[in-house]
Write a protein that binds this ligand. Structure first.
Ligand code: ADP
Ligand code: TRP
Length: 329
């Protein structure tokens, strides 16, 4: 029998999660908990590159845990934990960093993007991909489900794993593969650019009522009049509808667009109702979980324990191969 694949992914707790995060990453994470041995974590060390307020980071972290649990992540099926509960990660990141050419980090697209958006150019942000590589490699992960924008970071991770193995001439690390769902490569935001926290163009997963309605109604469209035929494939509202609707409804809506007499207002109402149906159950579940924060913290505690055991088993041969002295167990 084939060994179950080890699946790993992380998400930064750095603000409210949106439907781009859901369709680009979280949905796959939740599905894949049934397909292998899955490790999912809150990348809170990574969040320190942009969030420098302790209370806020704590809040964001618990919020993301609540989001995942409400959306169907099952801590019985996967190991769900906080990155900061596994100190072996930063230990490995240092070792990898010592094999990382500065020129490799200088090619980092994500670093350049973030600095262009106004994030301070700190060393943490510059070496972010090295820490991300350690996150992945410390569990001997095989498969990393992420959004398209993470492709380069996974390439860097594979590169660094190969470097360490070659340097010490043994198979200390497993070379992982990325897993990107092409059909939902980039979810557009309400302004048509990539949906992202940093563009203030998101529709949040757990928004509801009038606040959600306002966001949906402000999705940008062109000014084609109601009675005119419209091209669904050029419309942001339709792109979002496609994420939520089944094949029949997608066809029907596309025909409505092409026929004319169907306005963007109609499409937005359709979208709002689809979002409410899709996330309705999860919203209720989240409210319930919020009343039991003790349980939520226990989930992280248990997950952290399991993750540390695995990380230690990968780290020990690396300490030995690299010649690092340790006088305690
Ligand atoms: P943000 O751009 O809002 O800061 P992150 O960079 O924290 O989002 O992304 C977290 C995860 O969600 C990543 O795996 C990323 O690929 C995915 N993701 C974020 N935005 C989108 C989007 N608009 N479309 C598809 N996937 C996305
Ligand atoms: N960089 C990822 C993001 O912005 C988060 C992340 C950190 C991650 N470490 C990871 C994703 C390891 C996959 C594997 O979304």
């Amino acid at each position: 029998m084939n060994k179950k694949k080890t699946i790993l992914s992380g998400i930064q707790p750095s603000g409210k999660l949106h439907i781009g995060n859901y369709f680009g990453a979280m949905k796959q994470h939740i599905r894949m908990q049934d397909e292998g041995e899955a490790f999912y974590f809150l990348a809170n060390y990574h969040s320190l590159t942009s969030v420098n307020n302790g209370e806020l980071l704590q809040k964001f972290t618990l919020d993301v845990v609540l989001d995942y649990l409400a959306l169907g992540l099952d801590p019985e099926k996967c190991t769900f934990f906080a990155q900061s509960d596994v100190p072996q990660t930063t230990e490995l990141a240092w070792i990898l960093g010592c094999l990382t050419p500065v020129s490799l980090m200088e090619k980092g697209v994500s670093y350049k993007d973030k600095v262009a958006q106004g994030l301070g150019a700190n060393i943490g942000l510059f070496t972010y991909p090295v820490l991300q590589a350690a996150d992945i490699l410390i569990y001997h992960s095989d498969l990393v489900p992420v959004g398209e924008d993470q492709k380069q970071n996974i390439e860097i991770c594979r590169d660094l794993a190969g470097k360490l193995n070659r340097q010490y001439d043994r198979e200390l690390l497993v070379i992982p593969e990325e897993y990107i769902v092409k059909s939902v490569a980039i979810v557009p935001g309400i302004d048509g650019r990539k949906m992202s926290k940093s563009y203030n163009n998101t529709i949040e997963i757990f928004d509801e009522g009038s606040s959600l309605k306002k966001r949906v109604m402000s999705v940008q469209t062109d000014s084609t009049a109601l009675e005119q035929p419209k091209d669904p494939d050029k419309c942001n509202v339709f792109a979002l509808i496609k994420l939520f609707a089944d094949a029949d409804l997608i066809n029907e809506t596309a025909q409505n667009y092409r026929r004319g007499g169907y306005g963007y207002g109609h499409a937005k109402k359709e979208l709002l109702s689809l979002i409410n149906d899709y996330f309705g159950e999860a919203r209720e579940k989240r409210k319930e979980l919020q009343r039991d924060i003790g349980y939520v913290k226990d989930v992280l505690k248990e997950g952290g324990k399991k993750a540390r055991i695995r990380a230690e088993s990968v780290m020990e041969p690396i300490r030995s191969a690299t010649g690092l002295f340790r006088s305690f167990k």
